[in-house]
Design a protein around this ligand. Sequence first.
Ligand SMILES: *Cc1c(COP(=O)(O)O)cnc(C)c1O
Length: 536
Amino acid sequence: MDEVSGHDFGSRVELALAATNHLFNARNSPRYVAQVLQGVTAVATKLERTTQPFTGVGPSEMKARVGAVDLDRPLPDTAAALEELEEVYLRDAVYFHDAKYAAHLNCPVVIPALVGEAILSAVNSSMDTWDQSAGATMIERRLIDWTAERLALGREADGIFTSGGSQSNFQALLIARNHAVAGLRLDSANAGLRLPSLLEKLRIFTSEDSHFSIRKSASMLGMGFDAVVPVRCARDHRMDPSALAGAMAEAHDAGLVPMAVVATAGTTDFGAVDPLAELAALARAYGAWFHVDAAYGGGLMVSNRYRHLLEGTKLADSVTVDFHKTFFQPVSSSALLLRDGAMLRHVTYYADYLNPESAALAAIPNQVDKSIQTTRRFDALKLWLTLRIMGADAIGALFDEAIDLARRVGALLVAAADFELAAEPQLSTLVFRYRPFLADGTRLSPDAADALNPAIRAAVFASGQAVVAGTKVAGRHYLKFTLLNAEATLEDINGIIGLLRRTGESLLENDPAFSNSGISKAGNSRAGNTAAEASA
Ligand SMILES: *Cc1c(COP(=O)(O)O)cnc(C)c1O
């Protein structure tokens, strides 16, 4: 017997009725339009009123504000929730469209992609199976073909959209690993061995400047971090082919199996594009997989001026491209491309309830057969609308602008006596540091510069007036600009340089920790606080 009292039943029906008003359906379509418009308007208003990339809010204040929200007590309407969102998010978010945001590869986004974002999340296609996606699968496949063609990967190429460069790199190495293991199993001496004993022999070669996701992937693939052999770069931060040749020969002579060579087309710090053709030849000589991580440099494929830098991708077995970096797409949008699409079988698993083998045999296009994700967003729609509304050349022009701006900023930094540029810009990043001459005519010591530059960065971040990144080069602390904003001007970036300089001068003058007599350990550990105070 159902023991529900009349009262409970009544309120339950009421709640369910009210709840159905929130469902995205034909009856509620005016509500959908109105509410999304309220949200979009809140963001648009925010953009119009935002004059710097950040407010400088700290984590403890944000934690308190977010923590004060009672999640078990909903607000009366969307307007109230958006008002609250201003407090807990929008006011203090980091804004990538601002010309003084110059830190990471997260990019200003293009409006056609935002239209796509709204549509894809509303329709909510899921890319795992044809019966949840239909045309979305064909759009994704068409864009994979388009990308593979731009990368000159040949007629057998295929690929899949992923959540990001890290996932694309992981999947590439998973396929390369399984391909290498299948090769090892052809040797009868290995026939009875379980996977872990085979993995022991495999090595991945990549430059010391390559992305950390390569090492992390090796670890996740059961090979250990130390299966990755770091290869020396030349002075221009591109992998040195003779160093690779030496490292591969050494591994081969030790009875190890060179599983893969991972080249980078656009390193995260220096934008360096490795000498792809030479590295490809070495990979081939040892029967190793040749993967190109073009997470950053991928946008060069639509550049009319710098496209030639990616020419070597035609020799790759696989390529990572992050559309959410140099194609100006919102997170997430990335892809993995393979020269031989059949290699995707290494991630295929047939589940009776979802993608039975019978479906594959009947040529039903289930994208889950090619992916390490199951339920998956239709991120390809953003790129589709971007190409249909703006066109590829326009995307390339945006990246070209950022590359040109980086060159001009590089010249500024070379001319500035109190800054040191670590290397000529290659794409749109600049690695540099503040190292002024002191009253006695000597230059600030490298150790003092190591303490000062992170303090400058922290102080500028806390001021919210600009956001720059930091990195290390040969153990030394540097600052980094990543420029992706085609509307940022030389004056904007010069403004950031001025801010960095003034902050550095102020720290040197007012903070005993940064006096010329050298920096004590205690001074170093206080640097973060004093920096924040200096900017207040
Ligand atoms: C950003 C980047 C990645 C990681 O991509 P995510 O989309 O952040 O996962 C990998 N490789 C390079 C060279 C990158 O710059």
